[in-house]
Design a protein around this ligand. Structure first.
Ligand SMILES: NC(=O)C1=CN([C@@H]2O[C@H](COP(=O)(O)OP(=O)(O)OC[C@H]3O[C@@H](n4cnc5c(N)ncnc54)[C@H](O)[C@@H]3O)[C@@H](O)[C@H]2O)C=CC1
Ligand SMILES: O=C(O)CCC(=O)C(=O)O
Length: 428
């Protein structure tokens, strides 16, 4: 096991610093407004633990390839750490650090008894067969088994990983333990201890918050047009839920490009086309557009649901949406935030908008520990309660402090984590 100390591993010069810089700037702004003492800032600005693993995987052609992966645990003060595992060719340790830090704030904002973590493997899963993904997953799970566990750190899906990947992680850990350990991961398939509603939870939670925020802003549901960047688990669920609520989805994209219809896409037809061809591009009754163009189409609500850093100072002044609901983690840079706030565009920040996933993961973890399972109706009712409660708290702080919703959300979350660190005692 290599539990790298933060100074040493933070020094790698070739890392993409962008998301980490953004997340640290967001933290600093909240810390300044909270007047957080330096000793607490020092603790909260860096991950508590990091593990880097290099591991071999046998490809289908018999060759052995070595992959690199990470598990970063940002802060453990409020409980075991929680956060997804990403499979992506461009993911870095710095991006994983930023994503772990976001998880700490997200869990605290939702009131969940967790700290934040994130894992990643540098791999393009689209280039691997199902068998290769299974072998990679089982070997990665074995490598990180020294730091994960139901009482320590509980992974879940993120970009490029699926319920099946979670099932392989659970099975691998269970084989090591000699008995089934359902609570070691969440986002599992239902038939191996997953929760009803977890698959849809991130997108569904976002639409609960969006409905409430739209009412707050006086928007009429049938008049709401959405543009959604990303059509994976989260983007496709937001599209389906929005249509079910009576909104229109005018643009939808994936990594190959997007489709647009100003009168509203037939979302089911677009998703069927994607399932058949691998992309939304080419779906009937729709024009094509690029991922950059999608961000700037005429709409009331923009939902970035893919990668980070897509809304920047270069395009923020061309965005037409009145609301940006951040399904993705870290889609908006700090400079873009300032421009959008100035223009009156309401940004529902990632740590609020996409907290539905980890909230239902928490429900799944509790169900797994108790071996007692809830109906989807119960899951959704509890999810709605958590999401609306968090939104109301954020709106209250934003109004009291005269700050944007991100700063308000961070102020609430950072204060909660700082309080937990202080209450537990900084020195052993
Ligand atoms: N799955 C979950 O429960 C949660 C996911 N998130 C965040 O939501 C976002 C999406 O995650 P998932 O839907 O789970 O991932 P996914 O792997 O199911 O889907 C990702 C989607 O993004 C698209 N994409 C990739 N590169 C792109 C690019 N350059 N431009 C446009 N689209 C691109 C892919 O084609 C795919 O449609 C991520 O930022 C993730 O961190 C946040 C909270 C929970
Ligand atoms: O469900 C979880 O535990 C974490 C989901 C996640 O990775 C995220 O919210 O970014």
């Amino acid at each position: 096991m290599v539990m790298a100390d933060v100074e040493r591993s933070a020094a790698a010069p070739s890392e993409r610093l962008d998301l980490l810089q953004t997340v640290l700037q967001q933290f600093d702004e909240a810390a300044d407004r909270l007047d957080l003492p330096d000793r607490l800032r020092g603790i909260l600005r860096v991950p508590q633990r990091e593990l880097t693993v290099n591991f071999p995987v046998k490809r289908d052609n018999g060759r052995i390839e070595v992959f690199q992966g990470f598990r970063v645990q940002h802060n453990l003060a409020r409980g075991p750490t929680k956060g997804g595992i990403r499979y992506h060719p461009a993911v870095t340790i710095n991006e994983t650090r930023a994503l772990a830090m976001l998880m700490t704030w997200k869990c605290a904002l939702a009131g969940l008894p967790y700290g934040g973590a994130k894992g990643a493997v540098i791999v393009d899963p689209k280039q691997l067969s199902a068998g290769e993904i299974e072998r990679l997953t089982r070997r990665f799970a074995t490598e990180i088994s020294v730091v994960i566990g139901p009482e320590r750190d509980i992974p879940a899906p993120d970009i490029g990983t699926t319920p099946q990947v979670m099932a392989w992680i659970m099975d691998t850990i269970s084989m090591h333990q000699g008995h089934t350990v359902p609570a070691v991961v969440t986002g599992k398939p239902i038939n191996v201890g997953g929760s009803e509603g977890r698959l849809e939870a991130t997108g569904r939670g976002l639409t609960y918050v969006l409905m409430s925020a739209s009412q707050h802003l006086g928007l009429n549901v049938p008049d709401i047009r959405l543009a959604i960047q990303g059509c994976g688990n989260v983007g496709s669920t937001v599209a389906r839920e929005a249509v079910a609520l009576g909104m229109k989805v005018v643009a939808l994209s994936d990594s190959r490009g997007g489709v647009y219809n100003p009168y509203g896409l037939n979302v089911e037809a677009v998703l069927t086309h994607k399932a058949a061809t691998g992309s939304v591009v080419g779906a009937v009754n729709a024009d094509t557009l690029t991922n950059e163009e999608l961000l700037e189409v005429e709409c009331e609500v923009l939902v970035p649901a893919a990668l980070s850093g897509v809304i920047t100072a270069h395009n923020a002044d061309r965005i037409k949406a009145q609301i940006i609901a951040e399904a993705a983690n870290g889609p908006t840079t700090k400079a873009a935030d300032a421009i959008l706030y100035e223009r009156g565009c309401v940004v529902i920040p990632d740590i609020l908008a996409n907290a539905g996933g980890v909230t239902v993961s928490y429900f799944e973890w509790v169900q797994g520990l108790q071996e007692f399972f809830w109906s989807e109706r119960e899951v959704n009712a509890q999810l709605r309660r958590v999401m609306i409660n968090a939104l109301q708290q954020v709106l209250r702080v934003a109004a009291e402090q005269r700050v944007d919703l991100r700063t308000a959300a961070y102020m609430l979350a950072v204060q909660r984590v700082a309080d937990a660190v202080t209450t537990r005692g900084i020195y052993p």
